[in-house]
Design a protein around this ligand. Structure first.
Ligand code: IYR
Length: 223
């Protein structure tokens, strides 16, 4: 089948001043995002989570195969199972698997094997990356640039959740294979990240270390 084209819809050219203003507004919004670990148990509607997943799914992807799958979990038993499995892996990690260099890098974050937030937060979103799939659900074609595509979608998911006023934690217990079993996902899907989502707890604190941000001149150059 040859490529078919349709007119570009929804694009609106803005004045340079308006473009700058909008970019600054986005920057201001994103600058207030913090990874949090102190979550409140205050409920968040399913509709809000659905809308954020829809936003994530607008990400560009290799051959438009959209190689992602999101499992949104609010069920208390499932969250408990995830916490138990994650804490078992994390205990191994902190006690034996992590190198001294890795532990030193984590020290300023104050993390440990206790992952209470996996039960406290109202939603966990397990993001899976599909090795095979296609532009339509149920296909079995090879997917391309899977990690890049799912990384982009996850970034957009965080942006949507944060813009909606929610707190997030990008959690990556390693290995995350247990997520596939608990969520009942097939072998060709790789757990990519577990997003913890909810309101920050009253008096929530974040590590000072996370406030260190590189300057534009240190992360970019213009040629
Ligand atoms: N997965 C562990 C360790 C951990 C690793 C990195 I890299 C972090 O940025 C934070 C934590 C945990 O969640 O504690």
């Amino acid at each position: 089948m040859s490529a078919e084209f349709v007119p570009l819809e929804g694009y609106e050219e803005l004045s340079p001043e308006e473009m700058q203003k909008r970019a600054e507004t986005v920057l201001e919004t994103l600058r207030t995002r913090r990874t949090i670990r102190d979550f409140s148990d205050k409920p968040v509607s399913r509709e809000l989570i659905e809308t954020c997943i829809k936003a994530a799914a607008t990400a560009p992807s290799g051959a438009n195969h959209q190689p992602w799958y999101f499992v949104a979990i609010s069920d208390a038993d499932t969250k408990r199972k995830i916490r138990i499995a994650a804490e078992a892996e994390e205990t191994e990690f902190y006690e034996t698997r992590a190198s001294d260099e890795w532990l030193a890098a984590l020290e300023p974050l104050g993390t440990d094997e206790n992952k209470m937030f996996l039960e406290t937060a109202p939603w966990l979103i397990a993001v899976f990356a599909q090795k095979r799939g296609g532009e339509r659900a149920g296909q079995d074609k090879k997917n391309y640039y899977v990690t890049e595509s799912v990384g982009l979608a996850t970034g957009m998911l965080i942006t949507a959740l944060h813009s909606a006023g929610l707190g997030t934690l990008t959690h990556t217990p390693a290995p995350m294979t247990f997520l596939r079993n608990i969520c009942g996902r097939p072998d060709n899907e790789k757990p990519f990240v577990l997003m913890v989502v909810g309101y920050p707890a009253d008096g929530a604190e974040v590590p000072k270390h996370a406030l260190i941000k590189k300057d534009l001149s240190e992360i970019s150059e213009f040629i």
